[in-house]
Design a protein around this ligand. Structure first.
Ligand code: DAK
Length: 257
């Protein structure tokens, strides 16, 4: 498929998706989301890819869902056409996805970033859920994910006022994993992705799945799930290789087996 709204590259064992609607500050229209889903599915199916980075431009990761596309929709249009249905597929990705965020990361843009496994941001990043200013509320998980990242008080503040938060506040609040200078953003995200992709793919995927369980279950159930997957790792060749390499003081060579 030839993409109109995103640019796809591979860097070693990392898939790189650049959101590319500069005329609309990367506003996320249906076509872009469909392309993004397709690209992520292709990376997911590619055994050589171990991690994906999603980024935007220096000015905007994404300024939200496309307001011009949404403005005139009726409820029935939206319901029958399953409007925006494709959004949640991004959070079902099994291989890790890192969001590399610079500039505006608003509304659906922030919801997309929160569906990734972690966010690395540049000092210029600005985060908000400004839907309230448009007469709506967040609809792609923002009301559910943001409080899990930053707690109820700050999430209420952001969702009810629609105000922007800078990168320093976002890092302090636990929304983002790292803040770097704008020039270093992509290199930092690609280096993190390359490191992840150098490990055993099934083990990385199980670790991701297990951390995600923490958001959906109790501590005791989550710990039981962790124990089951942890024990299953002793059935992999990569566990034998990782530990043997440590004992022999050499770099492990994982074969995803
Ligand atoms: N949609 C469409 N076009 C947008 C846009 C957006 N979200 N954001 C910016 N643009 C367009 C502008 O209209 C402008 O286009 P032209 O006028 O040149 O044709 C161009 O990008 C440049 O923007 P500005 O001229 O406004 O640039 P400024 O630097 O002055 O301002 C800004 C930048 C980011 C502060 C401003 O553009 C802005 O406030 N943008 C809107 C931000 C916003 O309200 N975002 C939230 C949208 S609602 C769901 C899934 C997702 C969602 C809901 C449900 N389901 C799965 C159910 C998500 C909803 C949203 O995200």
């Amino acid at each position: 498929m030839a993409y109109q709204n995103i640019i796809i590259e591979t860097r070693g064992h990392t898939g790189l998706v650049t959101l590319n609607r500069p005329q609309a500050l990367n506003a996320l229209n249906e076509a872009l989301i469909a392309e993004l889903n397709e690209a992520l599915a292709a990376f997911e199916a590619d055994p050589l890819i171990g991690c994906t980075v999603i980024t935007g431009s220096e000015k905007a990761f994404a300024a939200g869902a496309d307001v011009k596309e949404m403005a005139q929709k009726t409820y029935v249009d939206a319901y029958l056409g399953k409007f925006l249905e494709g959004w949640t597929r991004i959070s079902e990705t099994r291989k890790p996805v890192i969001a590399a965020v610079s500039g505006f990361c608003l509304g659906g843009g922030l919801e997309l970033a929160m569906m990734c496994d972690f966010i690395i941001a540049s000092e210029t990043a600005r985060f908000a859920l400004p839907e309230i200013t448009l007469g709506i509320m967040p609809g792609a998980g923002g009301t559910q994910r943001l409080p899990r990242f930053i707690g109820k008080a700050k999430a209420m503040d952001l969702i009810l006022t629609g105000r922007m938060m800078d990168a320093a506040e976002a890092e302090r609040s636990g929304l983002i994993a790292r803040v770097v200078s704008p020039e270093k953003l992509l290199d930092e995200a690609l280096a993190a992705a390359a490191r992840i992709a150098s490990f055993s793919q099934p083990i990385v995927m199980m670790a991701k799945e297990t951390v995600n369980r923490a958001e959906e279950t109790t501590l005791s159930e989550g710990s039981r799930f962790e124990r089951r997957l942890f024990l299953s790792m002793f059935a992999t060749a990569d566990q034998k290789e990782g530990m043997q390499a440590f004992i022999e003081k050499r770099k492990p060579s994982f074969r995803n087996q």
